[in-house]
Design a binder for this molecule. Structure first.
Ligand code: NAP
Length: 290
């Protein structure tokens, strides 16, 4: 679906920079939100190769663009261009939202907060005192694990294909936040043991993502406890095979669509100062995914 917005000489511009960007849900999600609130904004997607990043960001600031979402492969490199970083960007070492404000480039990371808000909208999860098992040690796993840690989690287990990467993340979590954090591989028995007393399982790998939606999930129903919350960060398809396994186990399945919507809603609020219409944004994403 494409949302038509009317553009005039006073239209505020926001957008996405990444490489590639053509499959992004963000233009549909944000333009639907601007239309809903009657805001004179337009959201565009800009395909920017790494060697053009600095020129694109400084040019955007000079053009009076209000702000940008930042995606692969620029989330780390854009930090160098920011004059100020929020705590989540600093902790995770990545920026997914930029705001140009009074000559300054401000960098934020809304992924972790978006993850938590979405999870709390769908479940009664409270991170304080909990144990989580996170599959993956990339950008999404970093955002999620630092958010859980700073919100009072007791224990975080990072399970990753490349164990040395999980070890580095666990060490950072221990050193920067002081949470109990350990690294393991993707061995099924070990994951099952860790899940025995875990409250939350987050899959922060692309396993099961379109067009590989039939790929076997990393964890199956027989390894899950009944009251485990299982949050797959993959949002396409909205119901992954991992979430089907969670249903089979009587566990609590949570789709990645909510995190996508809330990380966008937080960026929307940083740029416009208005409360984001999350239901309209979710509808736009779900329509776009069909
Ligand atoms: P990333 O930085 O590239 O990290 C990918 C992680 O997945 C790495 O830990 C990698 O392990 C692991 N991995 C990749 N392929 C695997 C496989 N076949 N089997 C086992 N592990 C595998 O990616 P990311 O940015 O963190 O994104 C990860 C997923 O989260 C993507 O599906 C993305 O769409 C989703 N995501 C969703 C949202 C949302 O709003 N819902 C936001 C951000 C990301 P190695 O270290 O061994 O390579």
């Amino acid at each position: 679906m494409s949302v038509s917005v009317s553009v005039d000489a006073e239209t505020n511009v926001v957008g996405l920079i990444g490489h590639p960007v053509e499959h992004s849900m963000s233009p549909a999600m944000h333009n639907a939100a601007f239309k809903e609130l009657g805001l004179n904004y337009v959201y565009l997607a800009f395909d920017v190769p790494p060697e053009r990043l600095e020129g694109a960001v400084r040019g955007a600031a000079d053009l009076g663009i209000v702000g940008l979402n930042v995606t692969i492969p620029h989330k780390e490199a854009v930090m160098e261009l920011c004059d100020e970083l929020d705590r989540d960007a600093e902790l995770t070492g990545a920026v997914n939202t930029v705001r140009f404000s009074r000559g300054k480039i401000e960098g934020f990371n809304t992924d972790g907060e978006g993850f938590l808000r979405a999870l709390q909208e769908e479940t009664d999860f409270d991170p304080r005192g909990t144990k989580s098992v996170i599959l993956g040690a990339g950008g999404a796993a970093r955002a999620v694990s630092f958010k859980l840690a700073t919100e009072g989690a007791d224990e975080i287990v990072i399970a990753n294909r490349t164990v040395s990467r999980a070890e580095r993340l666990a060490e950072e979590l221990r050193e920067k936040v002081g949470v109990k954090a350990r690294a393991i591989g993707l061995d099924g028995d070990e994951i099952e043991r860790e899940l025995q007393d875990a409250d939350l399982l987050v899959d922060a790998t692309p396993v099961g993502m379109y067009p590989n939606e039939n790929e076997p999930p990393l964890v199956t129903a027989d390894q899950m406890r009944e009251d485990l919350i299982v949050n797959d960060l993959v949002y396409n398809p909205p119901k992954t095979r991992l979430l089907e396994e969670a249903e089979k186990a009587g566990a609590v399945p949570v789709s990645g669509v909510g995190m996508l919507v809330y990380q966008g809603a937080l960026a929307f609020e940083l740029w416009t100062g208005e409360e984001a219409p999350v239901d309209v944004m979710r509808e736009a994403v779900l329509e776009h995914l069909q």
